[in-house]
Design a protein around this ligand. Sequence first.
Ligand SMILES: Cc1cc2nc3c(=O)[nH]c(=O)nc-3n(C[C@H](O)[C@H](O)[C@H](O)COP(=O)(O)OP(=O)(O)OC[C@H]3O[C@@H](n4cnc5c(N)ncnc54)[C@H](O)[C@@H]3O)c2cc1C
Ligand code: FES
Length: 514
Amino acid sequence: MEKLNIFDKKSLSLWLKDGISSNIPKLEEDIICDVCVVGAGITGITTAYRLNESGLKVVLIDKQEPINLASGNTTAKFTFQHYLIYSEILKNYDLDKAKLYYEAQLDGLNFVRLLIDKHNISCDFKETSSIIYAENEKQFEKILDEKSAYEQLNIPCEIIYDLPLNIEGIGGLKVDSQFELNPVKYLDFLISYLLKNDVSIFKNTEAKTIVSEGEAIKVVTGDQKVIKCKNLVISTAYPFFGANGFYYTRLEALRSYLLAFVIKEPLDDNYMMISTSDSPYSLRFSNTDGIKYLLVGGQGHKVGQANSEIESYNQLMNFARTNFKVNYPAFRWSAQDYKSIDNIPYIGNLTSSDNNIFVATGFNKWGMSNGSFSSMLITDLINGNKSKYEELFNPSRGEVKDNMGSFIKANFNVAKELIKGKLLPDEIDLEDIKNDEGGIIKYDGKRVAAYRDASGELFLSDSTCTHLGCELEYNNAERSFDCPCHGSRFNYDGKVIEGVANADLKRIKMVTTT
Ligand SMILES: Cc1cc2nc3c(=O)[nH]c(=O)nc-3n(C[C@H](O)[C@H](O)[C@H](O)COP(=O)(O)OP(=O)(O)OC[C@H]3O[C@@H](n4cnc5c(N)ncnc54)[C@H](O)[C@@H]3O)c2cc1C
Ligand code: FES
């Protein structure tokens, strides 16, 4: 087989290849508004849109370029078919809750359709069917359970035995009228629309702390600028603030991988698919700027807990080459999202005592519909409207009691990582770190994050995460240092890339011997 090295290519999503079109400034002075929305992914942007439409003065900020994290690096399947969620909700809760979850997704999806129609947004929208499929009998039983849940919920569906695209598998559950699009084209349009419609948007503006002042909230940025607002929406994926809500014990950070191949063979692109294996494969097509791509994604794991991130890409590559006539991928990238304890997102008041701070997180890699839906629930809550969805998604719903097993497992995993991380690796000679290589090493008796760039410059940083002190692991595919506890990630030079940590790693000085 021809030898390919996809790591010759830097990690860049097909969607972000041209960046975004709007010129967005940094916040340079204090500002007052009705609602400050922190985080400009699909959740923050669509929430800003709805709040603005409801007549409120909105400020939207992002600590980097908007749409640069999960929303710009997603697979962007817009579907209510969220893995095996409906049978799971029926098992953990009841039919009413499963029905509400389904209706929430329909509301989210309909909203996106409506926006695209209303504004005639050019975003490579394509209607498709969605299939969840089984590779073996055991997985197929789960699919039959899911079908039974669909029937109880009156969701139109069909069991199929001949899988499209000659994918290896024994059958699947198909639903029609789902869709896919280019998330950056879609959200980029919304940003330019918001800018023209009196929403202030700022990039490179990080919310660092929150100070309550009577009824008002002051959001203080990294540059000590203040955004004074009546309501605050935290749409930062992992909440940047909210220790009282114990989010760090209730969210798991999950990283996944994607490859985009230019396809030349005629393939039926009317399907998006996902397998039911423990490490699922996900497929969709995209016609981007006249070129037809096949996207193969999945092979996720908890952030900072893979033996080798490169291996996840290799698995995708093998899957793609087994099932399709593909060559070298045109794009490769990875991203992360967060999972709640019961797989139902946390959308609503940050804690039961925060009446004017709202959060939307825990989409478990289904944030296209969930993020769009959040904008509706949060706008209703801010405007004092009752919502039938409030209880199901309430972040203080007490799912810990109902899902004690998952809660203990997740936190035991964090404790295990904390202990494991305190063990010292072997001492190595710094000269043994080759160009463009990195790792966690023992240096001067301490655990150190080390990376030597392509030009030979060596970067040494303290390997302790600046959030709650877990020890970082080296991500060999993205050349980053990732936290196995709550998913913060740091660049090879110690700068925070994403996650709840808001301080860079300490740089370590090289010991000079005389
Ligand atoms: C690989 C992968 C594939 C996926 N595929 C699908 C799919 O096919 N279908 C689907 O429905 N979902 C999918 N998802 C999930 C979906 O992409 C996410 O749930 C969704 O994009 C989350 O959107 P968000 O706006 O909440 O967060 P994000 O897009 O992550 O945006 C959060 C923003 O907050 C900013 N921010 C963070 N902290 C601060 C701060 N302190 N101050 C200011 N700004 C801050 C960040 O810079 C970022 O821009 C996938 C996820 C992954 C990782
Ligand atoms: S992200 Fe919490 S300890 Fe690292």
